[in-house]
Design a protein around this ligand. Structure first.
Ligand code: ADP
Ligand code: MG
Length: 696
């Protein structure tokens, strides 16, 4: 309790350090989205500075989230010179509200090609300022949005904030129709469960692939993997517990509600989950969690891997994005109610999400795409690339009944007539059993399980917020015109249940039959990032995002370019790393081994013409054949990367990086992995999977 929020300029501090009217004005901006009064900023900046300096801060920074997916910061000290050759510590309202970091080297997808393309950061006062303590320094961090001179969004936060506004606006229309006169805003809430790997730093340092790409590009499967299921929820090793303890302390100081921690399925894999909060803050916090995890790990001689697939052959990592909508006075809109009226409202929001996910499944698929996730989706450890919704037995049955006009009798007895009948109490257990679904209703929230472990959750959530806002908008339009509200609602929900039942799937998402069934249902099966991205700039997508003022056509196109460019660069770095490791580590080691075998054969034969050297010769032949084959595939990979580099059209190039370069990488690896299993362990130039996964 003493350390929680110690490094946050939180509400309690603001209340204490700000004059009453200033505090009230700032709260109005934070809670109600009212415009910020500039005179308020001056006072807030001063209070922030005094607090930060008292805590040892020397610098401040506008902390923002450019399209790299990481966070960015450029530190400025508080010092300001005085006439007598000394300094005073200053921080103005202007410096708090707006920054001009220029920051022209971040990806902008062509948005900043002109000479006037400056970048600006703007204070997001809905996310509290905080102190970063690193290597003995203390820095005041101001969460900000990042824009271009011409007002286009250059970051991940801006569309997220806009989408929260859009959803609030549309959800409030629905709530008013249900007679809610007290709530003033609807906030989307998120609790992201973060998976990660830890490995010993001494192994990491000997793996060029981990250092440069975050995943192993080579490595034979060790005799033991995850098949004993003995790591999942297992007793936490002392060294890992010590890491977790320090991690929690750091996160709690930052006001992050770190709650749950456990061993995950793969050896060396773990999970941390916070208590949920508003999407904006949850997103900032998740960025901080990833940052702090990496830093704390190093203090314990460990390295934290956030890549989606650091090791082939064992599970990779994802992020379960638990999502709901709540009113500012605390009502969870996805919580089934107790009265017929509450149920009707619950079913309306539930059906809106179902329709949104079906109408815009492609966009959700885009939002769950990064290069690493291409290794996971559909690989029997993560949901398939097909989006479907799990509702659970009871709700699925209710959904069916809605589609039948509420006439059929329910499994639990009774008939569902919206606004008249009470729903059977939903037991949480019955809704939370399916672990294979990409989008599962879990009692009072949806869990979007496709999100990649290293990706900012801003993307998945701004898409989710926007598509639900759109459907709520459609529903509100219709209900606002209705003369018989309940009749119209029943009809509307019936239509949704009928039209969108195809997206509901309660079975095993990992089964081969589901892929066929989904195809019969006409559900998209988008297998990779490259196939997904064009949906971001489709006519339908542009219309949606422009209508709700989330992103303009130009902004969408810039994002499309950024993601594809990053994809090409990622694959190219992986390919170049593979080539380097093959040439300078694997081939030399194999040659050394083959030479030692040849020397042995000659020496033994020389000593005794009768001696049996068939073992040495057998391995010699096998290893030499593998070497020759590996070199040939290496040549293919080199040719493929050269061909890719020469391509101009961005989309064609991306496709070729996947079908040409990535394929050549996959062809090369098995020869090297096979060599690893026969070459003298003393000669093998890099740590093995067994060492990295089991020696923590
Ligand atoms: P699981 O069985 O998936 O581990 P948990 O009960 O641990 O589920 O919850 C997972 C996450 O869901 C937690 O971060 C939790 O805070 C979050 N969560 C719970 N309720 C909500 C909600 N209404 N909105 C968003 N996230 C929520
Ligand atoms: Mg979960």
């Amino acid at each position: 309790m003493e350390i929680f929020g110690l490094n946050v300029f939180n509400d309690a501090l603001m209340r204490k350090s700000l004059p009453k009217n200033v505090y009230k004005s700032l709260r109005n901006t934070i809670d109600k989205g009212l415009a910020l009064d500039p005179s308020v900023a001056e006072v807030v900046a001063n209070a922030m500075k005094d607090w930060a300096i008292e805590r040892g801060a020397t610098h401040f920074t506008h902390w923002f989230q450019p399209m790299t997916g990481a966070t960015a910061e450029k530190h400025d000290s508080f010092i300001s010179p005085t006439a007598d050759g000394k300094v005073i510590m200053e921080f103005s309202g202007k410096e708090l509200i707006k920054g001009e970091p220029d920051a022209s080297s971040f990806p902008s997808g062509g948005l900043r090609n002109t000479f006037e393309a400056r970048g600006y950061t703007a204070w997001d006062c809905t996310s509290p300022a905080f102190l970063k303590e690193e290597g003995g320094t203390v820095t005041l961090c101001i969460p900000t949005a990042f824009w271009s001179y011409t007002g286009e969004a250059l970051d991940k936060k801006t569309p997220l904030l806009r989408s929260m506004e859009a959803l609030s606006k549309q959800a409030m229309r629905i709530l008013r129709l249900f007679g809610n006169e007290t709530s003033t805003r609807v906030i989307t809430t998120v609790g992201p469960e973060q998976e990660y790997f830890l490995i010993d730093k001494k192994f990491y340092e000997k793996r060029l692939d981990l250092i440069l790409t975050g995943r192993t590009l080579y490595g034979a499967m060790p005799p033991k993997g995850q098949e004993l299921e003995d790591h999942y929820f297992g007793s936490i090793k002392e060294r890992v517990a010590a890491f977790m303890k320090e991690l929690n302390t750091e996160l709690w100081k930052l006001g992050i509600l770190a709650k749950t921690q456990h061993n995950e399925v793969a050896p060396g894999q773990f999970e941390i989950a916070p208590i949920f909060s508003s999407t904006n803050i949850a997103t900032d916090h998740n960025q901080l969690v990833m940052d702090v995890m990496k830093k704390v790990a190093v203090r314990h001689g460990l390295v934290c891997l956030l890549h989606e697939k650091p090791f082939a052959g064992v599970n990779g990592s994802g992020k379960h994005n638990n999502w709901s909508m709540a009113t500012d006075d605390g009502q969870n809109l996805l919580e089934p109610g107790h009265t017929p009226h509450e149920n009707a409202q619950f079913l309306t929001f539930l059906c809106a999400v179902v329709k949104a996910v079906d109408d815009y499944a492609e966009l959700l698929r885009v939002a769950a795409s990064n290069p690493g996730n291409d290794h996971r989706l559909g690989a029997n450890e993560a949901p398939p690339a097909i989006i479907s919704i799990f509702l659970g037995d009871q709700l699925s049955d209710i959904f069916d009944q809605l589609g039948n006009g509420g006439l059929k009798s329910s499994k639990q007895g009774g008939t569902i007539t919206v606004g008249v009948t009470t729903l059977p109490a939903l037991s949480k257990d019955s809704t939370d059993r399916n672990r294979t679904s990409p989008f599962a209703f879990t009692g009072n929230k949806f869990e979007f399980r496709m999100v990649p472990s290293s990706l900012s959750i801003a993307g998945p959530n701004f898409v989710l917020n926007t598509i639900v806002a759109e459907v709520l908008d459609q529903i509100a339009d219709r209900l606002e015109k209705a003369i018989d509200f309940e009749g119209e609602l029943q009809e509307l929900l019936r239509e949704i249940a009928r039209k969108h039942s195809r997206i509901i799937f309660d079975g095993n998402n990992y089964a081969e039959e589901w892929v066929e069934e989904a195809e019969r249902r006409g559900l998209p099966n988008i297998k990779s990032l490259v196939e997904a991205l064009p949906y971001l700039i489709s006519e339908k997508s542009v219309q949606l995002f422009e209508k709700h003022h989330i992103l303009s056509k130009v902004e969408l196109h810039s994002r499309y370019e950024i993601v594809l460019e990053q994809y090409c660069k990622h694959i190219n770095i992986e390919a170049q790393t593979m080539i380097d490791m093959a040439k300078r580590q694997i081939i030399p080691a194999a040659v050394k081994y083959v030479t030692s075998l040849a020397t042995s054969v000659a020496a033994v034969k020389n000593a005794s013409a009768l001696a049996d050297t068939s073992v040495q010769e057998g391995i010699l032949n096998e290893a030499s054949a593998l070497l020759a084959s590996l070199k040939q595939k290496l040549n293919h990979l080199e040719a493929a990367t050269a061909q890719a580099k020469a391509m101009d059209d961005l989309y064609e190039k991306s496709v070729f990086y996947r079908d040409g370069v990535f394929k050549a990488m996959n062809d090369l690896r098995p020869d090297a992995d096979k060599l690893e299993t026969i070459v003298d362990a003393e000669l093998w130039p890099m740590p093995t999977y067994a060492q990295m996964l089991f020696m923590l």
